[in-house]
Design a protein around this ligand. Structure first.
Ligand code: DCP
Ligand code: MG
Length: 421
């Protein structure tokens, strides 16, 4: 491509192959090539297996010792299956007892979401090192804007896709599949074309040959209901959908959906890549039904305060953050407001620790007027994973974050709010 040629929009969709199962195979490589399904929580027999072979590294646990799908009873569903298991017709969302009929000999492993999240963050970090414009779509898939990345235009994006696949594999041992196309809609379809460990390139001019023969359901956004309705009108493929005129689609599916289907069938989609902005702080607040006084309504206020801290801790843990600046916000009966915050030495996300630091903040705020609102905030955020790495580096493997508690315990008891806050 000469320098004068303007770059054409190239969007990639990258989706990890059999993601949960592939992550499990990293610790149990002896199961490679075998039918393995992932589903349900950790059971007593999973713990027993680990205990029985506690002396051995995980990769030396004999294959014959693993639990089998045929012995499972319960209502759990499969989250994913290795490609070897998929050959028997088992896959995501299938009940495990039903799957056992199709593939009784499959090995059954429990879901370990923390582990999948760890690898999710890792493969995404590798991608953004190479191609910074990335949109997170969930634990195992992302969109990436290839347009202006070096190599992103070569062979329609194939060269960059290959580079990213290799970088992810070299770092994690995991494989993924990539589709590169003029937009998100087509890229998402393309990433499935050559799964696993595949790449597919789609140009605008390929829509007729590559996209039109596919079932309408392959369009991300056409769910089972819309699909049934389309079938009711004799429309099975995207090509048949493309043959319908705009007015008919709008009359049948409503103006918005009809117009969207009209474009989608032609492979048109101009949605931008949405970059995630890291939150600066995470907070929870609540207004009271009636104004509360710090002394006279101490118990009620204390309970609300504790609840807010628990909700904040939940939010932090769910989003994968820790923080070291705890702040409070108070709004008084006369609508004036104050904030107070304290920064401690280490990052925390635990409700009790947040509650203690927030309690210290509260002691620094005027409490003679009645309150109409209370809020708790966590700032100076760090991803939980980075914090763990930092703590490990600073304190070694058994390093513990004591400082918050020590700082708090040394605080003198205030006669007004002492016991409660
Ligand atoms: N998942 C789930 N429940 C489902 C579907 C998926 O819990 N009904 C989880 C398990 C998958 C992960 O999400 O490993 C990613 O979903 P995918 O649809 O991308 O499936 P896989 O990555 O497992 O397989 P593929 O190679 O087809 O992408
Ligand atoms: Mg996947």
């Amino acid at each position: 491509m000469s320098a004068a040629t303007p770059a054409i929009r190239r969007i990639a969709h990258l989706d990890m192959d059999a993601f949960y199962a592939s992550v499990e195979l990293l610790r149990y490589p002896q199961l490679k090539g075998l039918p393995v399904v992932i589903g349900g929580g950790r059971r007593a027999l999973d713990d027993a297996l680990r205990a029985q072979y506690a002396e051995l590294p995980l990769h030396e646990i004999p294959v014959a010792a693993f639990p089998l799908l045929k012995d499972y009873t319960g209502r759990g569903v499969i989250t994913t299956a290795t490609y070897a298991a998929r050959q028997f017709g088992v896959g995501s969302a299938m009940g495990m007892m039903k799957a056992a009929k199709l593939c009784p000999q499959a090995i059954l492993l429990p879901v370990d979401f923390a582990q999948y999240r760890h690898y999710s963050q890792r493969f995404k970090a590798i991608i953004t090192d190479i191609a910074p414009l990335m949109e997170n779509r969930g634990v195992d898939e992302v969109y990436i804007d290839f347009t202006d990345v070096p190599g992103g235009q070569r062979e329609g994006g194939r060269v960059l896709a290959r580079l990213i696949q290799k970088a992810i594999f070299d770092d994690t041992g995991l494989t993924c599949s990539v589709g590169v196309a003029p937009n998100k809609l087509l890229a998402k379809m393309a990433s499935e074309f050559n799964k696993p460990n595949g790449i597919a390139i789609v140009y605008e001019s390929d829509v007729e040959t590559m996209i039109w023969p596919l079932a309408c359901r392959k369009i991300n956004g056409i769910g089972p209901k819309a699909d049934a309705k389309l079938k009711g009108h004799g429309i099975e493929t995207i090509g048949q959908l493309a043959a319908k005129d705009l007015q008919w689609l709008m009359d049948t599916f409503g103006q918005r959906t009809g117009a969207w289907m009209f474009d989608a069938a032609r492979g048109r989609d101009d949605r931008p890549i949405v970059l995630e902005s890291e939150p600066v702080s995470i907070s929870r607040e609540t207004s009271f039904e009636r104004d509360l006084h710090a002394v006279r309504d101490k118990a009620e206020l204390g309970a609300i305060f504790t609840r807010l801290c628990e909700q904040l801790a939940d939010d932090l843990q769910r989003k994968g953050y820790v923080g070291k600046t705890v702040g409070i916000k108070l709004k008084y009966e006369d609508f004036t407001a104050v904030t107070r915050d304290i920064t401690i030495a280490h990052h925390i996300a635990d409700a009790k620790e947040i509650r203690r630091v927030a309690g210290l903040c509260l002691k620094r705020a005027p409490l003679h007027k009645r309150l109409r609102l209370l809020g708790v905030r966590m700032g100076t955020l760090l991803s939980a994973e980075d914090a763990q790495a930092l703590n490990f580096k600073q304190n070694g493997p058994s390093g513990h974050m004591n400082t918050a508690r020590e700082a708090i315990d040394s605080g003198a008891n205030d006669p007004l709010t002492g016991q409660l806050f």
